[in-house]
Design a protein around this ligand. Structure first.
Ligand code: CA
Ligand code: CA
Ligand code: CA
Ligand code: CA
Length: 227
């Protein structure tokens, strides 16, 4: 009906334009996080999804936030940072999200800890978020559940070196194991166009490196004794 009097090419262009407009409008109405991109040479990311926040401006929620970001699997094939970049639109306040993600260690190395940071940009252009800028890991109260110790047990200890750092330690994530799922929380403020979750596994030093460290220490001790 809408194409009466138009040739086929113009008709197709018109329909595409209308569909694009509809998608743009639904994005604007979606609130908070609107798009998502990941950057890494050391991991693949599968099945990431997010729903429009069901409870925008819910900072500071106690307990699990109903606003969820879900990453089915992040599969590391090497040690290094993975940057997940989220575009953001204003909602009129700070929206708290719970992030749930499966992490696969395919690096050939055991991990001694797992580090997550908040910031802006990606790769060499990554800039850390600053204290008090509204973007943080559910600081200052940390009143929603976190978990880096899913079965059979990986990192039972979680610390916050700053409001923009999570360090999960106290255990081991062996090579070729899957953690399903790590859980943490972020507060997303108005006034930013995007932000980045940077994640870095930290490997246990290899035996060869350890041996060299020990040999180095012995050599140092010997030298001290002879002087
Ligand atoms: Ca909270
Ligand atoms: Ca911050
Ligand atoms: Ca919060
Ligand atoms: Ca906060």
């Amino acid at each position: 009906m809408m194409c009466l009097g138009l040739n086929r090419k113009k008709c197709v262009l018109g329909v595409v334009a209308m569909m694009t407009l509809t998608m743009m409008i639904s994005h604007v109405q979606a609130g908070a996080i609107s798009t998502f991109t990941w950057y890494s040479g050391v991991a693949s990311v599968a099945g990431t999804s997010w729903a429009p926040p069901v409870a925008p401006n819910n900072d500071n929620v106690v307990g699990a936030s109903p606003n969820a970001i879900f990453v089915t699997q992040k599969d590391y094939v090497g040690i290094g940072p993975v940057d997940l970049v989220f575009d953001v639109i204003n909602t009129g306040g700070v929206t708290e999200y719970v992030v749930t993600e499966g992490v696969q260690n395919n690096t050939g190395l055991d991990w001694s800890s797992y580090h997550i940071e908040l910031g802006f940009g990606q790769g060499a252009g990554f800039v850390k978020s600053t204290p008090g800028d509204g973007l943080d890991f559910d600081a200052p109260h940390h009143d929603s559940p976190v978990n880096f110790n899913p079965s059979p047990g990986f990192f039972p200890t979680v610390t916050y070196p700053t409001e923009d750092d999570i360090l999960a330690t106290g255990g081991l994530m062996p090579d070729f194991t899957f953690a399903g799922y790590f859980v943490f929380n972020i507060d997303v403020p108005d006034g930013i166009s995007s932000f980045t979750i940077r994640q870095s596994p930290i490997a246990v030093p290899e035996p060869a490196t350890m041996s060299m460290l020990v040999l180095g220490s012995v050599a140092l001790l010997k030298r001290r004794r002879t002087h």
